[in-house]
Design a protein around this ligand. Structure first.
Ligand code: ADP
Ligand code: MG
Length: 560
């Protein structure tokens, strides 16, 4: 058998376009070819289960082999193989996705959606790194003849009788001069780790290794023997494919370590598992946050049927949850579309709100079941919760019950609890609640103490997100204003009736005040005595807020 023909495409030569288009990401050729090989093994399994293939299935496996000397990379599988006619149809007719047809045909089959491969360019991505590509294949069909296809990157191909004697396919890439980086074993290992680590069929990347043998050869050098090593690089059943009730905490922690070997243990996690109205599985972890949280973004990995796609999950995961870690796997996220299309996609929107809801529910549950443990985690999760509270209305609706406020005495309150606590003392004449906060407890210490002495509570709002949090609270809370503690704010509040009495008599106070006033001798400063006990600051010297600003302005202007 021999046949020559022309690949039917509308563009004169699509390869330069493919190369140019995908150049920056040319390592994905391996993802595509390995995915196709995995698909082929899934398909034969499917055919066997439908009774359409009665042969021996054998141990289904994919193998990647590197031959640096001959500059080839071969991807082999023992999947369903192809006949010459199928090659013409599925390979030659570019943009005709065999997977689509297969899906059509086996629509009713339960796990037909295990078939990866709606990635678009697929097979042809091989030409990003290879001058010439060969296919050697034998179809599972009775009496099929082995077929061999070769194409040198032009639009012409050649089909001859092949040499394969067992069911399956070898794809042989003759790596081009610009892509010799891929002839490096470690480079290939890294790509496989990135994309293929959790594929559902064992992937062998393994070379025959040279091992030292006892004895010496004629020249007195150590002897070597070639040992077949079983280098399976992937884990075929990663935890997100399992049901949560089969899993223990250790399993989640071990998986986390596997994903992020250098990270501390996570605080807790959420197992995502939904199949209607979209299909999504995954595990999201709440990491211990370091101060450099900006640095830790993009830790969520997106998979589609266990093939790694990207760690750029913006638009799929709500912005405020971008600091989470973990994996999400969904065949329902369109992969080859523009950002704006992705944002508008209805599945993506649903996935986004599903994730938000799961995270909110998990936090609510933690809060309810073990308040103490939740509070202990607050330093690490406060940022997520506040960020979500600010940026996502649906999240806000739930988070308003478990967002925590801390005061300078390190006590913790929910919004409702805090309102109850201060309502009596911090409501002004018009019935407006006034919450006092500090954004710099060290610098504002004198004001804080002064406010506390007057019986007012001061909230701690000193993290970077708190500026926004404060103004958001002001918008959301009914008849409540938030004021930063300063010289004036405590003064303007109604003095609490039952504030503890001074330890100094009025007379003593007056004479101490006179001493301070005359020592300072500046009208801009105000001296107050309100010490309640011997170990507190007896005297507060403050500058009126207005005077302070004037002074700052004068200083900036160069003198007054
Ligand atoms: P897709 O995977 O999206 O269908 P590809 O371009 O990757 O697109 O592959 C085209 C078609 O070629 C596949 O659908 C399949 O029918 C066939 N094919 C590719 N690789 C193999 C393989 N290893 N074994 C059997 N068929 C294959
Ligand atoms: Mg494919």
């Amino acid at each position: 058998m021999q046949e020559k023909g022309t690949i039917s495409i509308h563009t004169e030569n699509i390869f330069p376009i493919i190369k140019k288009f995908l150049y920056s990401d040319n390592e994905i050729f391996l993802r595509e070819l390995v995915s196709n090989a995995v698909d082929a093994t899934q398909k034969i399994k499917r055919l066997a289960s439908l009774g359409q293939y009665n042969g021996e299935l054998g141990k289904l496996q994919v193998e990647v082999a590197l031959d640096a000397e001959n500059k080839t990379i071969t991807i082999s599988d023992n999947g369903l193989g192809m006949t010459a006619d199928e090659i013409k149809k599925y390979i030659n007719q570019i943009a005709f996705s065999g997977a689509t047809e297969f899906m059509e045909k086996f629509k009713e089959a339960k796990d037909a959606n295990e078939i990866i491969g709606r990635f678009g360019l697929g097979f042809y991505s091989a030409f990003m790194v290879a001058d010439t590509v060969e296919i050697n294949t034998l179809s599972y069909q009775d009496g099929a003849e082995p077929a061999h296809w070769t194409c040198d990157g032009s639009t012409t191909f050649e089909i001859t009788t092949g040499t394969r004697t067992t069911r399956g396919t070898d794809i042989i890439l003759h790596v081009n001069a610009e892509s010799e980086e891929f002839l490096n074993k470690q480079r290939l290992q890294d790509i496989l780790d990135k994309y293929a680590k959790f594929l559902p069929v064992p992937i062998k990347f393994g070379t025959n290794e040279q091992q030292e043998e006892d004895g010496q050869d004629e020249e007195g050098k150590p002897k070597y023997k070639t040992v077949e090593t079983d280098n399976i690089i992937n884990e075929t059943n990663p935890i997100w494919t399992k049901s949560p009730n089969e899993l223990k905490d250790e399993d989640y922690l071990a998986f986390y370590k596997e994903l992020y070997p250098f990270s501390e243990d996570p605080l807790f996690w959420i197992h995502l598992n939904v199949d209607y109205p979209f299909n999504l599985t995954g595990v999201l972890y709440f990491p211990k946050l370091k101060n450099d949280y900006e640095f830790q973004r993009n830790k969520i990995k997106l998979y589609s049927r266990q093939v790694f796609i990207t760690d750029e999950v913006k638009d799929i995961v709500p912005e405020f949850l971008m600091l989470l870690h973990g994996v999400i796997d969904s065949p329902d996220i369109p992969l080859n579309v523009s950002r704006s299309f992705l944002q508008a996609d209805s599945n993506v929107k649903k996935i986004n709100s599903y994730i938000t809801k799961k995270v909110a529910d998990k936090l609510a549950e933690l809060f309810k079941n073990d308040r103490k443990a939740y509070e202990d985690k607050w330093n690490d999760i406060g940022l997520f919760v506040k960020y979500g509270f600010l940026s996502d209305d649906k999240f806000y609706d739930k988070a308003k019950d478990f967002v925590l406020l801390k005061n300078t005495a390190k006590e913790t309150f929910t919004l409702n609890e805090y309102k109850e606590k201060v309502e009596a003392e911090q409501t002004d004449k018009d019935g407006q609640l006034v919450y006092i906060y500090t954004n710099d407890p060290a610098k504002q210490d004198a004001f804080i103490q002064s406010a506390n002495r007057k019986g007012y509570d001061v909230l701690l709002m000193d993290s970077p997100i708190d500026t926004h949090f404060v103004s958001h609270l002001e918008q959301k809370l009914d008849k409540t204003s938030l004021k930063r503690v300063d010289a004036d704010v405590a003064d303007k509040l109604i003095k609490k009736e039952d504030a503890p009495a001074h330890i100094l008599t009025d007379e003593q106070s007056a004479s101490v005040k006179t001493i301070f006033d005359s020592a300072i001798n500046k009208p801009a400063f105000k001296v107050e005595l309100e010490s309640l006990s011997p170990d507190e600051l007896p005297v507060t010297v403050t500058m009126d807020e207005f005077m302070r600003r004037m002074k700052d302005m004068a200083a900036m202007g160069g003198g007054m």
